[in-house]
Design a protein around this ligand. Structure first.
Ligand code: GLC
Length: 603
C-alpha cells in the first residue's frame, strides 16, 4: 500500500484537485465531526472531509442497513458538485477495534491483550480482513485501529487495547493488521489508523492521558518502534495521542508529528487528532487551533464545535499565523489517502458490493473469533492435572462473568463503556453457553451457594472485571496520582472517575473470592477463569483454585473457552504482559508472579 500513497498518478490527481479548491473547501477537508453534530447539508455547505461515530454513536436501530443509509446520505451530499462545492467524498470513521463492535450482531473478537497472548501474526491478518468486511457491510470506510500502545503500567484503563508490554509482538502485528484492513483492491479497502502517537502506554502511574516521562531513546525503543512497521506496511492514517511527553502535549508537538513522524520516518498519509484533542493545548481555543495545525496535525476530530474550528483556522490563515503551505500539506495528505483507498472510484454506499453483505456476524467470521479465543487463553495453574475436564463430569458453573456476553466483550462494544447483559450482544455464546453445549449435564449458579459435593465433581468459576473504557478503567491508588481536571501538564487534561484504587481483585471484587471459597470449602475442586482487561493481583483467588486460566476479554465467542477446558484444543497462549505478585507503588514490570511469556499446557 505504501506504493499507492507515493503513486505518481495519485500525486497528479491530488495536485489537479488542490488547484481547484478555495480556502473554505481546504479547511473543510481538514475537519471531522461527529454524526450527532452535523447533517448531510452541513457536509456539503461546509465541505466537511469526514464524519465519525464516537464509541456507541449508532444510527437508527443500529443494524448494518441503518449505517449504510446514514453514510449514503453524507456521501451523496459530499459528492453534489456545484459552484460552491467540489465533489470530494467524505470518509466515515469508527472505532472498530475488535470487530465492527458498535453494531448489533457484529462478530466481536477478543480485545488486543488476548490477541497478544496468542502471539499469532497470521491470525491477526485474518481477523483484520474479517473486521474490514464487517465494516464495509455497514458502508463505512475507515477504522481507528489497530492500537499500537505498549502498555507499561497495568493500572491504565486502556491496557486491554494493547497487545503487549513489549514492542516485539506489537510490531509483528502492526503490519499484519494494516495489510488485513487496507486491501489493495479498492472495493475491499478499509483505511487503517494506528494510534495513539506517541507513548500512550507509557504514562506515569498509567494515568490515561497523563504524562509519559521518558528520554527520547526510551520513547523510541519502546513506543515509537512499532510505528516503523505500520508505515512500511503503508498505513494511511495515524492518530495523535492525548498524553504528554515530558510535559508537552503530543497534540501540539511539532517535533514528534512533523519533524520525526512525517519528515524523518517518511509517513505520507495524514495525522488525525484524537477526540477534541487540541482543546487541551490551550484555554484559548483560537490559540489551541493554531498550535495543533502548526504542529502538523492534518485532520481535526472536533466532536461538536466544528464551526468555531473552521472560523479560527480561516482567521489563522488570513492573519498569517498558519501558513498556506501547512494547509496545502494537510489537504494533499487527506486527498492522497482518499484517492489511494479508491474512495473517488467507489459507488455510493447503498450500491457497494459489500454493503449489507451476509458475512456480517456470520459463521465464517465467528469461527475465526472462536479460534482467537482458544489461542488467547493462558493456563497459569493446573494442580493435579485437573484440566482438561471430562464432558460427562457433573460440572457446576458459577461467577458473575460466567453467563454474560456483555462482560466478556469488555469496553467499546455497542456502547463506549461496553454492555452489561447478554441481550445487547446478539449472536455468539457466553462462556457458560459454550460449556453447557459441550457438557449438557452442567448446571449454572450465580454465586455457588448451591454447590454440593454429592452432586458436583468440579466447578468452573468465571470471575473478574466489569466492562470499562479509557480513563474510566484506570486504577488510581491513593490521591498522589489523581490529577485534578484542568491541571497543567502543560495543557489541560480530562480526568474520569477511575475503575478502582487497587489492582488487587479481592478488594476490587470481593464477590469473586467469596464464590471460589464457598465452593472450594465443600471440597469441590475449582477451575477459575478470569475475565479481565489486564493482569490483576489474584494471589488469594489462585490459592483457593486448583486450576486458573486467564481469558482476558474474549468477545462474543465465549465457547472458545470450553473448547480448551475440555481438551479439544490445548492451551497455546503465553503471557504478553508480566503478571504482578503484589500491589506496588509502581505497577510496572518488576514485581512479577508470572513472567512475560509464561503459560502452561496439557503436554
Ligand atoms: C477516543 C479515543 C480514541 C478513539 C476516539 C474516537 O477518545 O482516545 O482511541 O479512536 O476517541 O472515538
Amino acid at each position: 500500500m505504501e506504493k499507492s500513497l507515493a503513486n505518481p498518478e495519485i500525486k497528479a490527481r491530488v495536485e489537479a484537485l488542490l488547484l481547484q479548491m478555495n480556502l473554505d473547501q481546504k479547511i473543510g477537508q481538514m475537519t471531522q465531526t461527529e454524526r450527532m453534530s452535523c447533517t448531510p447539508e452541513d457536509v456539503k455547505n461546509y465541505h466537511l472531509g469526514s464524519v465519525l461515530s464516537g464509541g456507541g454513536s449508532c444510527p437508527g436501530d443500529n443494524r448494518p442497513d441503518d449505517w449504510v443509509r446514514m453514510n449514503d446520505a453524507y456521501w451523496a451530499a459530499s459528492m453534489e458538485q456545484s459552484d460552491e462545492h467540489l465533489a470530494i467524498p467524505i470518509i466515515y470513521g469508527v472505532d472498530a477495534i475488535h470487530g465492527n463492535n458498535n453494531v448489533l450482531g457484529a462478530t466481536v473478537f477478543p480485545h488486543n491483550i488476548g490477541l497478544g497472548a496468542a502471539n499469532d501474526p497470521e491470525l491477526l491478518q485474518r481477523i483484520a480482513q474479517a473486521t474490514a468486511r464487517e465494516i464495509l457491510a455497514t458502508g463505512v470506510e475507515w477504522t481507528f485501529a489497530p492500537t499500537l500502545a505498549v502498555a507499561r503500567d497495568k493500572r491504565w484503563g486502556r491496557t486491554y487495547e494493547s497487545y503487549s508490554e513489549e514492542n516485539t509482538i506489537v510490531g509483528s502485528y502492526a503490519e499484519k493488521f494494516v495489510n488485513g484492513l487496507q486491501s489493495d483492491s479498492h472495493d475491499d479497502c478499509v483505511v487503517a489508523c494506528v494510534k495513539h502517537w506517541v507513548g500512550d502506554g507509557g504514562t506515569t502511574h498509567g494515568i490515561d492521558q497523563g504524562d509519559t516521562a521518558l528520554s527520547f531513546d526510551e520513547l523510541k525503543r519502546t513506543h515509537i518502534e512499532p510505528y516503523y512497521a505500520a508505515i512500511d506496511a503503508g498505513v494511511m492514517t495515524i492518530m495523535a495521542s492525548f498524553n504528554s511527553w515530558n510535559g508537552d502535549k503530543c497534540h501540539g508537538h511539532r517535533y514528534l508529528i512533523s519533524d520525526l513522524l512525517k519528515d524523518e520516518m517518511g509517513f505520507q498519509g495524514f495525522v488525525i487528532s484524537d477526540w477534541d484533542g487540541i482543546d487541551y493545548l490551550s484555554e484559548d481555543y483560537f490559540d489551541a487551533v493554531g498550535k495543533g495545525v502548526n504542529a502538523g496535525i492534518d485532520m481535526f476530530m472536533v466532536s461538536e464545535e466544528w464551526q468555531p474550528f473552521l472560523r479560527h483556522l480561516k482567521r489563522h490563515v488570513q492573519d498569517g499565523t498558519v501558513p498556506m503551505s501547512r494547509i496545502d500539506d494537510a489537504v494533499r495528505r487527506i486527498l492522497t489517502v482518499k484517492f489511494a483507498c479508491g474512495l473517488f472510484e467507489r459507488p455510493r454506499p447503498v450500491e457497494r458490493p459489500w454493503s449489507n453483505h451476509e458475512c456480517f456476524g456470520g459463521s465464517e467470521h465467528r469461527d475465526i473469533a472462536r479460534e482467537a479465543v482458544r489461542k488467547s487463553l493462558v493456563l497459569l495453574k493446573n494442580d493435579s492435572d485437573l484440566l482438561p475436564l471430562n464432558k460427562q463430569a457433573n460440572i457446576l458453573v458459577a461467577g458473575k462473568n460466567a453467563h454474560n456476553r456483555g462482560h466478556q466483550c469488555g469496553g467499546f462494544t455497542v456502547a463506549w463503556q461496553g454492555a452489561l447483559d447478554n441481550e445487547t450482544i446478539e449472536g455468539g455464546t457466553s462462556i457458560w453457553e459454550g460449556i453447557h453445549q459441550q457438557s449438557p449435564s452442567a448446571t449454572l449458579s450465580e454465586d455457588g451457594r448451591d454447590a454440593d459435593p454429592e452432586k458436583h465433581d468440579v466447578a468452573i468459576v468465571v470471575i473478574g472485571e466489569l466492562p470499562y473504557a479509557e480513563g474510566m478503567g484506570d486504577i488510581r491508588d491513593g490521591n498522589d496520582v489523581i490529577v485534578e481536571a484542568g491541571s497543567q501538564i502543560k495543557g489541560l487534561m480530562k480526568v474520569l472517575e477511575p475503575y478502582g484504587h487497587t489492582l488487587e481483585l479481592a478488594q476490587l471484587h470481593p464477590e469473586d473470592l467469596a464464590t471460589i471459597q464457598r465452593i472450594a470449602s465443600k471440597g469441590i475442586p475449582v477451575v477459575t477463569v478470569l475475565v479481565s482487561g489486564r493482569p490483576l493481583v489474584v494471589n488469594r483467588e489462585l490459592d483457593d483454585s486448583t486450576s486458573f486460566v486467564a481469558a482476558w476479554l474474549p468477545g462474543s465467542e465465549g465457547q472458545g473457552v470450553a473448547d480448551v477446558l475440555f481438551g479439544d484444543y490445548d492451551f497455546q497462549g503465553r503471557l504478553s504482559f508480566s503478571w504482578p505478585e503484589k500491589v506496588s507503588a509502581d505497577a510496572g514490570i518488576d514485581d512479577e508472579l508470572f513472567p512475560y511469556g509464561y503459560g502452561l499446557n496439557y503436554q
